[in-house]
Ligand binder design. Structure first.
Ligand code: DAH
Length: 341
């Protein structure tokens, strides 16, 4: 018995306690009512009377050691917990999370949409992966017509002219989709991304944004087109802006024009951006070609209309004084963070 007590005494002193779980294991093994120490007390009655006082004392000593050990370890664990609480430095500044914000292209597009919505234009969208037919044929680009070369195309499939796909080179195919799906009168704008296989530089990128406009009704004239563009340009670029319509060519409009606004950076005096001309080109436009109306099931004897298409990115670059179009597409946070919500 004495030997058992001594070896337990040693065990209790050496028992490794580093966590609350260790402490609980210790308690369950030695000090609970059904633990080893209580069991030894139970055996005390079998000890010879002469040895009882000595063994009893040893057992009391053992019990005391175990109880003390529990008190000590409890205190240590509590002190450690206090330590780690102390390690939290409440004076440190909190972590800041970057809140997303509207991309500058979307801001400008949003303004454009608002101006046209107020004039009664609805918004239509179409796929960026477009049928060759919609991007070219139905817009009156004859096969092998050199006008197709005006736009360097990313072709996706080649073979069957009815199912050939490409990345749309302009938003004009959305006009086709709207006309095929809706009876006139039609008054929509079609904003979106377009793709061209061009050499990438600070001034041109393989993807950019356009906003297309289409108005079909009875007796629509070029005067309606001019009035709409004037109203848009004044709201977008300032009331002092002057416009210039230059004759041009697009297969899907006749007559066609390109529109310039007085350079809103130099007020028309001539600067580096407008290449000293005082003018900035903003869009192409014209009266929808009768062939296009016919291709889309609309009778050109009854209906007429105008269309226009403008680039969005250039306005973004000028508005925010960004000198490289690539910055609009690279999603570099150093750039985007300069446009907080
Ligand atoms: N789609 C032409 C382009 O990308 C722009 C354009 C010109 C659109 C005249 C039109 C238009 O709707 O009438 O260069």
């Amino acid at each position: 018995m004495e030997n058992t007590i001594r070896s337990l005494q040693q065990e209790i002193t050496d028992f490794e306690i580093t966590t609350h779980a260790d402490l609980e294991a210790f308690r369950l093994k030695y000090t609970v009512r059904k633990g080893l120490i209580a069991a030894l007390f139970g055996q005390l009655k079998t000890v010879a009377p002469a040895d009882k006082p000595r063994i009893g004392q040893l057992l009391n000593q053992l019990k005391l050691t175990a109880d003390n050990r529990i008190d000590e370890e409890e205190a240590k664990l509590a002190a450690n917990a206090g330590d780690s609480a102390k390690r939290i430095d409440l004076t440190l500044p909190g972590r800041r999370y970057f809140t997303g914000s509207e991309h500058p292209v979307q801001k400008v597009l949003g303004e454009m949409k608002q101006i046209f919505s107020a004039m009664g234009f609805g918004i239509a969208t179409g796929p960026e992966l477009e049928l060759d037919r919609y991007n070219f044929d139905l817009l009156n680009f004859p096969p092998d017509h050199p006008a197709r070369d005006m736009q360097d195309t990313f072709f996706v499939t080649t073979g069957n002219p009815d199912t050939d796909l490409l990345l749309r080179t302009h938003t004009s195919p959305v006009q086709v989709r709207v006309m095929l799906d809706h009876e006139p009168p039609i008054r929509v704008i079609c904003p979106g991304k377009v793709y061209r296989n061009e050499a990438i530089s600070a001034r041109s990128y393989c993807v950019f944004h356009q906003l297309e406009g289409l108005y079909i009704d009875k007796k629509v004239t070029f005067a309606d087109l001019k009035a709409t563009i004037y109203s848009f340009a004044r709201q977008m670029f300032g009331t002092d802006v002057k416009l210039r319509f230059r004759p041009s060519f697009f297969p899907f409009t006749e007559p066609s024009a390109e529109v310039d606004v007085t350079c809103y950076l130099c007020g028309g005096k001539g600067c580096r951006v407008c290449k000293k001309s005082g003018w900035l080109e903003i869009m192409g436009c014209g009266m929808v070609h009768p062939n296009v109306l016919r291709n889309c099931g609309i009778d050109p004897e009854t209906w007429s209309g105008y269309a226009f298409g403008m680039g969005v990115d250039r306005t973004v670059l000028l508005r925010y004084k960004i000198d490289d179009i690539r910055l609009l597409f690279e999603n570099d946070l150093r750039m985007l963070r300069q446009f907080p919500a």
